[in-house]
Design a binder for this molecule. Sequence first.
Ligand code: ZN
Length: 495
Amino acid sequence: MGKSIKRIISLVLVICLVFSIGATGVNAQAETVQQALQTLEKDVPIIEIQGFGDPIYRGISTETEDDDIDIWTANIDAILGLVKKHLFNLIFSLIFKNTDKLNVILTDVMVTLFGAIACDEGGNPAPDTGMQDKSTAYPKPEYGQRNSYRFHYDWRLDAHTLSTQLREYVEAVMQATGSDKVAFVSFSMGGSILMTYLYEYYYLATPEEREHVHSAVFMCGAMNGVACCEDPFAGKLLLESDTLLYALGELMSGNETLSGLHKVLVVLDKIRLFDPLINYVNNYIVKNFNALAGDGLIQSMGTLPGFFVMMSYDGYYDAENFIFDTPEEKQKYAELIAKNRYYHENVQLNSDNIINVLLEDGKNMAVISEYGYSMIPVTSDSSRMSDGTITTAASSFGASCAPLGSTFNENYVQAKECTCGKNHISPDRMIDASTCKYADITWFAKNLRHDSSDRYFADLIDLVTYSDEQVTVWTYEEYPQFMVSFENEYLVPLK
Ligand SMILES: [Zn+2]
């Protein structure tokens, strides 16, 4: 054989080899998100349960909606009226620590702003107040997160009542669509309602009845408690200048003048200029919080069962004992207390069992948690990592987080060995997801402030909901455990 022929054969062999490696490479590569999304069969309607805050109206019993009065959205005239009425006395009473007078002023402020939405002693809303019903059920040409059915609810109500209403809506959607299953996506307070629904219509139900639940997503969920809700209700407050300035810094960033002002404030704090004010708040306002605000709470927000489902188990009992702090009050509000305890004693204490049954039954599930922000500084510890509203530890079922503004030190190792055998520490070394109860199906989004936008999560939710196999944080390179948003409308893997 001539040299040139040998060369040609070698060349052909090399080309074949290169191509075959290339081909194996393509085959071995994981399916991309785009490919997976195109082949998904979105055959089950998604019911979305968002957080609290839909407008509450007075005048809902009349035929027309136009004459309904919004009694929830802050009324600027009412606020200005309060300032005019109380400002002078407020300053005077604060200087002289006149607790009785401050109590009268604060009660008037809370009743003026929130009295109209208050419930009675049994936790029942006033007659003729409530939602304008917007939960609709009709056939749609396509399902999926972007075409979800939204359950609107009067967020003042107790968990059992809301779960009953959700049941009616589930049945309406199944009837309208002809589907025998629904998928659930919850956000914030919606997590507490979904957990209650799963307790009543899944955990306690027969295997046949369980069939109708297709999957469940908990996004920034309130089911494990919301510190900025439970702490003020329990009088557990602590004002600290560094966390307050951290929170102000977040709000002031992006504007040159404001961030300049923030730098000045930080310097003034370093020379302890704010200490007298901080000490005053902690030593007087916080210590006397019940005497100052207790009456106002019990005549406004303290009567709404909806707020009590956004508390942890221990946080709830602290709040109950703080707001209803005498045997007479416990007696007077017994019906409300029973409604609150129903959630904490039955639903919350069983949440592990509920989810375990869900997973054992092979239902798809996802937990989505956000981080990168301080808490609203009205809690006992604002330095906890959060999405601005809910701590990342709570919404992720137990992530370990480095203190705000810092990272795990270099000796830190993953707290728990996971069955997957892989790393659960975030690339920025701020989150250790190995301590999450459902570590391999819990996603984290950095730099999102309590956000449920479809533009970030719709594709991930569709993948989790409609894939035959449970999607995990290891399934798609595009959706790893830790992601980040850069203000450009999408999430990218955190590197
Ligand atoms: Zn794992």
